[in-house]
Design a protein around this ligand. Structure first.
Ligand SMILES: NC(=O)c1ccc[n+]([C@@H]2O[C@H](COP(=O)([O-])OP(=O)(O)OC[C@H]3O[C@@H](n4cnc5c(N)ncnc54)[C@H](OP(=O)(O)O)[C@@H]3O)[C@@H](O)[C@H]2O)c1
Length: 296
């Protein structure tokens, strides 16, 4: 495994992280995934209070019993379930951040979250209060670093300019190159590392039956999937190599719903190290570039 240092807080993150949004319900399978990840040097798990209404955090808490210090936990706050049980609303207030944190700590059976992320953000949010709440929580030892999960350049601009955040979670893959325009640069200049999600475009770039993705049609997704799989390296390796070629990216948060998927990803990570830089440039040059048309 290779690691990135979050300089502001001196935390060493593995370049490959497990995204837990699609973790299996089956506890034994989840436990086997955690064990396998540890063997391979993965030390970062990304979760959120939103996922399965807290059930994924609880699953992580159970799976990490007795080995909490083997992993860094990144979780998220700001989305609150409504009483209908099917929808949620946005609440980034300091009160909700503190309340959400206490609930996450209980479910995760821990006394700290290593990277606490605001799970979204808009220009209208009370940013000064949000940042000072995260700073206070750091001083209290309840979180070690904080960040924001946002694909909006205008939100990333606020975070980069006005906070001491360590991470931004953003989406990046051959089908979503929008962060190349300004997000990567803003983060780098502010000493912030990108946690990249959507690296496989939910599996559409590996072997899933193509469906429309962002502004791309089914046929365009299919031809990108074929392109990724046309090289002598596996699709996983090409996608990992493509993303890690961006120096702004600190860690790839890749989702897996089974141990088999996690194994393929870890194999792809090792294989990606052998891909010549020229081949990634070749892939980049064959792909379309897309741009944000709102929230710029
Ligand atoms: N706003 C946010 O903050 C936000 C939003 C989304 C995600 N996230 C985080 O980012 C993580 C990853 O996001 P994501 O799941 O959207 O994107 P992703 O990593 O691009 O896709 C992961 C999905 O790809 C499929 N997959 C994984 N390995 C595979 C393999 N070897 N072969 C074929 N298919 C494979 C699986 O789908 P199946 O399970 O269908 O097989 C898996 O759930 C999440 O778990 C979560 O931690 C954060």
């Amino acid at each position: 495994m290779e690691y990135t240092n979050l300089e502001k807080v001196n935390l060493k993150l593995s370049k490959l992280a497990i995204g837990t949004m699609s973790m299996p319900d089956d506890f034994n399978e989840a436990q086997n995934m955690i064990d396998f990840a540890f063997e391979k040097g993965i030390n970062l798990l990304d979760t959120a209070d939103l996922y399965e209404k807290g059930k994924i955090e609880a699953l992580m808490g159970k799976a990490l019993k007795g080995r909490r210090d083997d992993f860094l936990i990144a979780s998220k706050v700001g989305n609150v379930w409504n009483s209908d049980g099917v929808s949620w609303h946005w609440d980034p207030s300091p009160k909700q951040i503190r309340k959400g944190l206490e609930m996450s700590l209980k479910r995760l059976k821990t006394d700290r979250i290593d990277i606490y992320q605001l799970h979204g953000g808009t220009l209208e949010d009370p940013w000064d209060d949000i940042f000072s709440t995260f700073e206070d929580l750091k001083s209290e030892g309840k979180i070690r670093a904080y960040g924001v999960s946002s694909i909006r350049p205008n939100v990333v601009r606020i975070v980069s300019k006005n906070s001491n955040a360590s991470t931004i979670m953003s989406q990046y893959s051959p089908l979503d190159r929008r962060p190349e325009e300004s997000i990567f640069q803003m983060a780098t200049e502010a000493g912030i590392k990108i946690l990249a999600r959507g690296v496989y475009a939910k599996g559409f770039l590996i072997n899933k039956i193509p469906k429309p993705y962002l502004t791309y049609t089914e046929a365009e997704v299919e031809s990108t999937q074929k392109l990724i799989n046309s090289f002598e390296y596996s699709g996983e390796a090409m996608l990992i190599g493509f993303s890690l070629a961006q120096l702004a990216i600190g860690s790839l948060v890749i989702g897996a719903s089974s141990l088999a998927q996690l194994k393929s990803t870890c194999k792809g990570f090792q294989e990606s190290k052998k891909i010549p830089a020229g081949l990634i440039s070749d892939l980049q040059s064959k792909l379309p570039v897309n741009f944000y048309d709102s929230h710029r």
